[in-house]
Design a binder for this molecule. Structure first.
Ligand SMILES: Cc1ncc(COP(=O)(O)O)c(C=O)c1O
Length: 381
């Protein structure tokens, strides 16, 4: 789908909300959900709430029949409060307190992910009989925001956890996440091949697994194009056919950014333009701490489109408004903006509906979290 921000720009022109702000079109979220479901008709879809937990976004997804990947009790409560069925929630965070497991189980959640023996034991005690997907770590290096070694057990340890889960009365399956903003579609083939081997080994021991969680990771376009959803779907379909020729497992997908990034546009204003060491520094009213956390290590390079300034462009360093020395957005990634750019000029960042507002600090330097305005059928603006 080609992202179109005309409606959002019209809203900004009519309402002129103070900057910085994020505007999300809930009709686009719903359209994205339909497109994703069409690409993966047989999978259970659980939207990763962390990408954008704005209630109107969740409302659009509940209406579209999408379930939710939740990371903790607050997200469980949020989704249930928006009318989600607890049977459609998957607790995908492997790092959780026993009391958080008990909370989720008490609210009806029966689907979890785990990657450590102690957590499997906690699940056995506090979420008896639940489905538990054991997350394996993969070598899929092209993700722009990789998980490193934080999550997932080595495939060689996974069988132990599968056995352990079965012995505690849980219903084991497998999970992987190829890393967010993953442009390499073959990463899922790596995961499916790894899972198929483990499914076969468990079956040989009499442990029948039914569920495979393929995670999220589907990339969205910023400055460089990424594969279309159809390319991800085709690779996954082919890998399932190749590695699960007899019977394919029940599939679960946890897309985050791909459902919401292109539904959002962020507007910011230039605070200051100043020369420093021969470079032109442009300080914005948006930075690492009030919405652009994914600019850390310049991992996600957003598009910056001038609203007011025009004319010949030249190189810039882009930085945020706070007193923190790390609040620099891009000094290695080459950016050019109009030479006429001045204090008060506005810039638009299209495709920023995911992992922006949800990452904003509550008040570092007294700056309020990024305001979100939701428009469209489920909007509240
Ligand atoms: C467990 C889990 N599932 C799904 C997602 C969503 O990933 P993405 O937004 O790349 O689709 C994440 C992102 O961090 C995650 O941690």
């Amino acid at each position: 789908m080609c992202a179109d921000f005309t409606r959002i720009r019209r809203f900004l022109a009519e309402r002129e909300p103070p900057t910085p702000c994020l505007v999300v079109d809930t009709d686009v979220v719903a359209a994205r959900a339909r497109e994703f479901r069409a690409a993966f008709p047989d999978a259970l879809i659980r939207y990763a709430v962390k990408a954008n937990p704005a209630p109107p976004v969740l409302d659009a997804l509940v209406a579209a029949g999408i379930g939710f990947d939740v990371a903790g009790p607050a997200e469980v409560g949020l989704c249930l409060g928006r009318g989600a069925d607890p049977a459609d929630l998957a607790y995908g965070n492997p790092i959780k307190k026993p009391c958080d497991i008990a909370f989720a189980f008490g609210r009806g959640v029966r689907e979890f992910t785990s990657d450590a023996a102690a957590d499997v034991d906690h699940l056995g005690r506090h979420a008896p009989g639940s489905a538990v997907s054991i997350r394996v770590v993969l070598d899929t290096p092209d993700s722009a925001t990789p998980f490193g070694r934080k999550f997932g057990c080595a495939p060689a340890e996974a069988l132990d956890l599968v056995r352990r889960a079965a012995a505690r009365g849980l219903r084991p399956g497998l999970a992987f996440h190829v890393g967010s903003q993953q442009p390499d579609v073959t990463a899922w083939e790596t995961g499916i091949a790894t899972a198929a081997k483990l499914f076969a080994e468990a079956a040989a021991e009499g442990v029948a697994m039914t569920r495979l969680n393929l995670g999220g990771g589907f990339a969205t376009t910023h400055r460089t194009a990424v594969p279309p959803l159809a390319a991800y779907a085709a690779t996954i379909e082919a890998a399932l056919g190749a590695y699960f020729p007899a019977a394919r497992p029940e599939l679960l997908l946890e897309p985050g950014r791909v459902l919401v990034a292109d539904a959002g546009l962020l507007r910011t204003e230039v605070v200051l333009v100043a020369p420093r060491d021969g470079r032109r520094w442009v300080y914005l009213d948006i930075g690492r701490y009030n919405g652009l956390a994914e600019a850390e290590n310049e991992a996600i390079a957003y598009r910056f489109e001038p609203v007011d300034a025009a004319g010949p462009a030249g190189p810039v360093v882009l930085a945020g408004p706070t007193c923190d020395g790390d609040d620099v957005l891009y000094q290695r990634t080459p950016y050019e903006l109009p030479l006429s750019l001045r204090t008060g000029d506005r810039l638009d960042l299209p495709g920023t509906g995911a992992y922006t507002a949800s990452y904003a600090s509550v008040g570092f330097n007294g700056i309020e979290p990024l305001r979100t305005y939701c428009i469209g059928r489920w909007g509240d603006a």
